[in-house]
Design a protein around this ligand. Structure first.
Ligand code: CXF
Ligand code: ZN
Length: 372
């Protein structure tokens, strides 16, 4: 049976999102129908809106959804009707990287997440009788209902009943990306210094995770003093404004060099200058969206001679449920207070929420789509 829903349709940079009636397809055997309670807004949604990523438009975006399962296909074991769930990116489950528990690097990432249809080419959504691009990150959660998949839908154990779904939603992308870069990818060691460039959701999650990993010092770098103040509350031991010679201050603070640089800005000159601050065996982790065709330049002798690493990191090397639940356990323990980053908006306020994020008023906007 098809499901009627309301979805925010994205038609590109020059159009506001508009909430319109849509129809969801019948479930395939490995799919779930989720009533969406809340969805975070991520910079990737805005990059898609601005045609910087190859997702067809118009489309229904939203990939930080949380909700309650309404129905499941015959092969689904991930969750059952009534379960509280959080959604994340989708993956194929059968390529070499999925087999290696590294689904963020799925060989079939595009058809599973960005093609606008299911991986087999069938549409999951119709608008005014015609197919509409959806199944974005295997969810398209800027909608009252979402079709999701066995591999990207995670039931929340009862110990998380006290955390509202409109808080949990962003765990499936921005938060896992920053925290996972520190804990899973760079495997930050206790006592070593880290500098985090950019204090949006991903940078702040990295700073909270660096505190969990007991890195020291933990240095936040940004151009926004309010954000730097919040970074200090969340775990940074030092905060330097990039407009006021941050790198010189880092050199003075850590003359032996940084164990880790984590860049969320995607700006070449920021990465190259930060890379120069690495100690021998230092790791420079990169997650920021860079301009197409950007090339980084490093001194080859220093790179090789000191055993330094430049590491591209996608989705914090998350392996799905185990890592997301680990982060929520850190939250319950008080070590990962990501609620400090969130500002809530009604679904109808989606354009205001985007604007609040773009002007830097809110670190992580979360849309409230229906009552829990
Ligand atoms: C994604 C990139 C691919 C893996 C999951 C997270 N980032 C989205 O904003
Ligand atoms: Zn995202």
């Amino acid at each position: 049976m098809t499901t009627k829903a309301k979805a925010a349709i994205c038609r590109g940079h020059d159009h506001p999102f508009t909430i319109e009636p849509v129809e969801l397809a019948d479930l395939a055997p490995d799919e779930l129908l989720v009533r969406v309670i809340a969805c975070g807004i991520c910079h990737t949604d805005l990059a898609v809106r601005d045609a910087q990523l190859p997702v067809p438009l118009p489309a229904v975006l939203g990939h930080e959804g949380a909700g309650i399962v309404e129905a499941v296909g015959g092969e689904v074991t991930a969750a059952k009707p009534g379960d509280r769930v959080v959604m994340s990116f989708n993956s194929c489950g059968h390529c070499p990287n999925c087999a290696d528990d590294a689904p963020t690097y799925c060989y079939n990432f595009f058809p599973e997440n960005w093609s606008g249809t299911r991986a087999d080419g069938t549409p999951t959504m119709h608008h005014e009788g015609a197919p509409l691009a959806a199944n974005y990150f295997g969810q398209s959660s800027f909608a009252t209902y979402a079709i999701t998949h066995q591999r990207n839908t995670f039931a929340l154990p009862a110990r998380f009943d006290g955390i509202a779904l409109d808080m949990i939603a962003p765990i499936g992308c921005g938060l896992m990306t920053g925290a996972g870069a520190v804990l899973n990818a760079m495997k930050v060691r206790a006592g070593l210094p880290i500098a985090v460039y950019g204090t949006g959701t991903v940078g702040m999650a990295a700073i909270m995770a660096a505190r969990i990993a007991k890195a020291n010092p933990i240095i936040a770098v940004d151009v926004n003093d309010d954000r730097l103040g919040l970074a200090l509350e969340l775990g940074a031991t030092h905060a330097f404004n990039a407009k006021a010679d941050a790198n010189a201050k880092i050199k003075e603070l850590v003359p032996q060099g940084l164990g880790y640089v984590f860049d969320t800005t995607g700006i070449n000159s920021v990465i190259e200058q930060a890379w120069d601050l690495l100690a021998p065996k230092g790791i420079c982790g990169i997650v920021g969206a860079s301009a197409p065709g950007d090339k980084l330049t490093f001194d080859e002798g220093v790179f090789m001679g000191g055993g330094r690493t430049v590491m591209g990191i996608l989705g914090g090397n998350s392996n799905g449920a185990p890592f997301l639940l680990e982060l929520l356990d850190h939250h319950l323990a008080g070590d990962f207070p990501f609620d400090r980053l969130i500002g809530h908006f009604d679904f109808a306020q989606i354009n205001e929420a985007i604007e609040a994020s773009e002007v830097g008023k809110v670190v992580k906007p979360v849309l409230r789509i229906s009552a829990e």
